[in-house]
Design a protein around this ligand. Structure first.
Ligand code: PGA
Length: 249
């Protein structure tokens, strides 16, 4: 079933006290929509964040993980480690991971497999750069990012995957894709899934938009038929803005 989801990607912001303070603030907000709510604090705060949100409908998710189960990967975190602190969902393929940590489609395919093997849900991110869009190549780029990292999977695996289209030129820049640009791309993504896996997988897929979503533009973007929610960066760090976006449904 397709769901509405609003996920806050906190990136490398908020130490432990700030994480606890922001969660306290979030818990005071009123939710009037039925969207699923997720927050992705930094790894060192996941355990406390999980405990602090236990009696709420906020799900605490991770920003990244390694593909290996364990071993000599200094500084890395495995799926089972995330699960051991209560985390069941992980963001994979964020453009910042791709750009600054050289995450390729090939590596992401391995991370996807590891997360699924550990029964985790994945928010899989992808999106074109400004030069791609200017050259009219956005569908070609997005299509290949999806195919290269996900199309080795069986149809059943897609029950555990949420897609997040995040045009790189709109992330943290204040520039948003227009609702029409978002809708056109989301429709293309659904069509791409349909061609490979058929109607059911395509119709059931939750596809989030990410890139400078704010209270002021959320309603119009979420109003588009193929946009099922948002992955929110900057605006997720302010409790009132985050809930204004959640309640935009
Ligand atoms: P932004 O970030 O909302 O600050 O543009 C979105 C994201 O990177 O997920």
């Amino acid at each position: 079933m397709r769901k509405n989801i609003v996920a806050g990607n906190w990136k490398m912001n908020n130490d432990l006290p700030a994480t606890e303070a922001l969660i306290l603030d979030l818990l005071k907000q009123e939710q009037t929509s039925n969207a699923e709510v997720m927050i992705a604090p930094t790894t060192v705060s996941l355990f406390q964040a999980f405990n602090a949100t236990k009696n709420s409908n906020i799900e605490v998710i991770a920003q990244n993980m390694h593909y290996a189960e364990s071993g000599a990967y200094t500084g890395e975190i495995s799926a089972s480690m995330l699960k051991s602190v209560g985390v069941k969902t992980v963001i994979l393929g964020h453009s910042e991971r791709r750009a600054y940590f050289n995450e390729t489609d090939e590596l992401l395919a391995k991370k996807v497999d590891a997360a699924l093997k550990n029964n985790m849900r994945i928010i899989f991110c992808f999106g074109e750069e400004l030069t791609d869009r200017k050259a009219g190549n956005q569908e070609k780029i997005v299509g290949s990012q999806i195919k290269n990292a996900l199309f080795h999977l069986e149809a059943a695996a897609f029950k555990h995957i949420v897609l997040a289209y995040e045009p790189v030129w709109a992330i943290g820049t204040g520039e948003t894709a227009s609702p029409k640009q978002a809708q056109d791309m989301h429709q293309f993504i659904r069509q791409t899934l349909n061609t490979k896996y058929g109607n059911q997988v395509a119709d059931d897929m939750t596809i989030l938009y990410g890139g400078s979503v704010k209270p002021a533009n959320a309603k119009e973007i979420f109003g588009k038929p193929d946009v099922d929610g948002g992955l929110i960066g900057g605006a997720a760090l302010k409790s009132q803005d985050f809930y204004a976006i959640i309640n935009a449904f």
